[in-house]
Design a protein around this ligand. Sequence first.
Ligand code: F6P
Length: 361
Amino acid sequence: MSQKRIGILTSGGDCAGLNAALRAVVHRAVLGFGWEVVGIEQGTLGLMERPIRARALTVEEFDGTLLRRGGTILGSTNRGDPFAFPMPDGSKTDRSQSVVEGYRALGLDALIGIGGDGSQALLRRLAQQGGLNLVCIPKTIDNDVGVTEVSIGYDTAVEAVTYALDCLQPTAASHNRVMILEVMGRDAGHIALIGGIAGGADVILIPEIPYRIENVARKIDAVRNQQGRNFALVVVAEAVRTAEGERVTVGDPGVTRYGGVGHYIGEILGQRIDAEIRVTVLGHIQRGGIPDARDRVMASAFGVHAVDLIAAGRFDRMVGWRDRKVIDVPLEDVIDQPRVVELDGAIVHTARALGICLGDA
Ligand code: F6P
């Protein structure tokens, strides 16, 4: 096996398990093949800036501590598209060539990009433009990357939602309240649905299923009057639409950032039921935190396989997990093919069979 120098970067929103993936890549590349690994800082920004922001990653650095740590030691960004890079005067400019030149200047033989759907699309465009040898690893708490059943960070996010509901239930019961928990996930309801089932939610609203507030109110009345329970738990995914079909967004114009729909639903529900309602927005607690065992193991398997793909000279591919196996697929099969909740799938069936209201009935 010839000596190689490979680069690695984390791109897009961070999540738990990224450091475990970096560790796996370094261990496999350095110990398995004797290669050098260069860590690029702040995603593609590190390749765009001069001097280039990159450093050697060594096995010594991954001494057993970083595997357990959330975030990413390389830093990341979910802003700064190199093809439409935001300038201080508000205009956008194409900086893609400086990213390609950064890759060349570092003398890289290949690049591993750890990112979600959006980051992978940008990295692939860069790879096609500049002839970069690219392999991607899927990560996102939203778990919406196509083809793979699992992306790094999702499982830990679901644990955070479950834990939040475990905390909300006793206080809801003590005060006879309806607790609304708003969770992340963008246009996919995976976090809300799985976390909600695990945490014993009575109502789960996801972007894939349009809801009617009367159905939610009816379910809460039934819980309180027919089942004799004095509290209820409602999980709301952040991209659920309002009754008028609007998304609730916050932040800068031009950048869609969700947030606030939990409060909106609390308000319109309060007009229909005779109960105290409180709203919790779980936010970035789902992104930070200690990676759970499953995320550490997925990240490790993905990192090893990504290096093996490079060793085999197989590029323009994403690693993934399917049917209890690590797989790899062409990037073109993944990009722009988001995986949302299957409405006729086992999980939706389970939720309905448990009597959980999904808002449509
Ligand atoms: O894509 C991951 C994610 O956490 C989404 O679930 C959420 O909508 C978004 O990122 C939040 O982004 P930011 O960190 O920019 O607020």
